[in-house]
Design a protein around this ligand. Structure first.
Ligand SMILES: *Cc1c(COP(=O)(O)O)cnc(C)c1O
Length: 425
């Protein structure tokens, strides 16, 4: 190991605290943290000069590949002007343009306003607070509860976390935050008190953290109809699904659904910088007009950061110039075919769940039983795949495969092959 690598690891072990990480294990001698130093396209390099395919798009963020010249140039251009200015009391050209372009993906008089924040959690937080305050200002104070789905994931800040339905993450904090009723499916909505419900939150088409589990076709459109019937806001968490992952720009477009709130983050900047947006309707916006007490008192220091906006605009330009979604169609088919072939020849593959360019590969014992959780089989497989040039993370025993949209068919094959080698075949 190079001296520089050793030093980084020592400092990290002494002073860093990693997200979702068992630190004792992380700092243990048996763990050799990977020090990532460079990226290009769908590939990442470590401090020892080894390269890996970025199999989970750097935790579901990257879209057009790393170090894309167009995004790099857009950030540099803005950097030479100014890195950050306050959005509180001022505006700037890139934020105005970005808000216009995001709303432009939807028909006029639908989603008309973008409220910027920093990440998926704050985009959700913002939608939830807007939804509650909207009811207070439209004479519906009884409507102050939310409905969310079992095993959903909406981020880690307290409000967003209270909507989450993943027991192992949220159990300890479930008494804090918004009043929430969790349901498993649309059928369970019938007995809930609609006159007390402000909004319902869902990850459209596919639940990510729930081991990449797609909803039945038509679920989203049915939910939209139900929301209209009961005057409940539909809050879509497209933090993972947004920006092409499912094959169209936004997952909701696949079922012709327009939500009342649309939360965007991870892929918004192409995976370059933290920036988020909560889109909402003119109707919601109008309820916040007239008098200081009606304003939305919410914001963050780095709201609408110009570098982030520059990256986001460059990413949207690339979708057009590189015809990203057009080229993606064939790659989605290629992914489906290569995973089907993999499934057919590999007895440990229990089920493939795919939605657009997002895939989950659930591993089980050949007899169909789950591996004992303590075995942490999924983690072991991902660690082994590293030696074959693939980086990804599992969710329990489901291996996530979510390459940047720019990945080629050859790179898809490399990823699937690395997982196969990691399984010992
Ligand atoms: C990642 C994610 C979030 C949280 O986003 P952060 O940027 O990590 O705060 C929320 N919802 C979904 C569906 C996500 O995948």
């Amino acid at each position: 190991m190079r001296e520089e690598t050793r030093q980084v690891i020592e400092q990290d072990r002494a002073h860093c605290w990693h997200p979702f990480t068992r630190q004792a294990e992380w700092c243990g001698r048996a763990n050799e943290p990977l020090v990532l130093v460079r990226g290009e396209g769908a590939w990442l390099w470590d401090s020892e000069g080894r390269r890996y395919l970025d199999g989970n798009s750097s935790i579901w963020t990257n879209i057009h590949g790393h170090a894309h010249p167009a995004i790099n140039a857009a950030i540099s251009r803005q950097l030479e002007k100014v890195a950050h200015t306050s959005f509180l009391g001022f505006t700037h050209p890139l934020a105005a343009d970005l808000a216009r372009r995001l709303c432009g993906f939807f028909p006029a008089q639908t989603l008309e306003r973008a409220f910027f924040s920093d990440d998926g959690s704050t985009a959700m937080e913002c939608a939830l607070k807007l939804a509650v305050q909207f009811r207070q200002q439209t004479g519906d104070t009884r409507k102050n509860r939310f409905i969310a789905f079992a095993n959903g994931y909406h981020g880690d800040t307290l409000g967003a976390a209270s909507l989450g339905g993943v027991g192992r993450f949220f159990e300890k904090f479930k008494h804090f935050g918004f009043p929430v009723q969790h349901v498993g499916s649309l059928d369970e909505l019938v007995n809930l008190p609609m006159d007390e419900t402000a909004g319902i939150v869902v990850e459209p088409l596919i639940q990510g953290v729930n081991e990449m589990r797609p909803w039945p076709a038509g679920m989203l459109a049915a939910l939209r109809r139900w929301c209209d019937e009961w005057d409940v806001h539909l809050i879509l968490d497209e933090v993972m699904t947004g920006f092409g992952r499912t094959g169209s720009m936004f997952a909701c477009q696949r079922e012709n659904v327009i939500p009342d709130f649309l939360c965007l983050a991870k892929g918004l900047t192409g995976g370059y910088l933290p920036l988020a947006a909560t889109l909402t309707t003119g109707k919601v916006y109008d309820a916040f007009l007239g008098g200081g007490e009606r304003a939305f008192y919410y914001g963050h220091s780095y709201t609408a950061n110009p570098l982030g906006c520059a990256a986001a605009l460059a990413s949207l330009d690339l979708f057009e110039k590189e015809e990203t979604l057009l080229h993606l169609e064939g790659k989605i088919d290629h992914l489906r075919e290569s995973l089907a072939a993999f499934h057919a020849r590999q007895p440990l593959v229990h089920e493939i769940r795919q939605c657009g360019f997002i895939a989950g590969i659930e591993l089980r014992r050949p007899d169909g039983e789950k591996f004992p959780p303590d075995e942490r089989f999924g983690e072991a497989v991902c660690l082994a795949a590293r030696a074959h040039g693939l980086l990804t993370r599992p969710i329990l025993d489901t291996i996530v495969l979510m390459l940047p949209l720019s990945a080629s068919c050859a790179e898809i094959d490399h990823a699937v092959h690395a997982i196969e080698l990691a399984l010992g075949g």
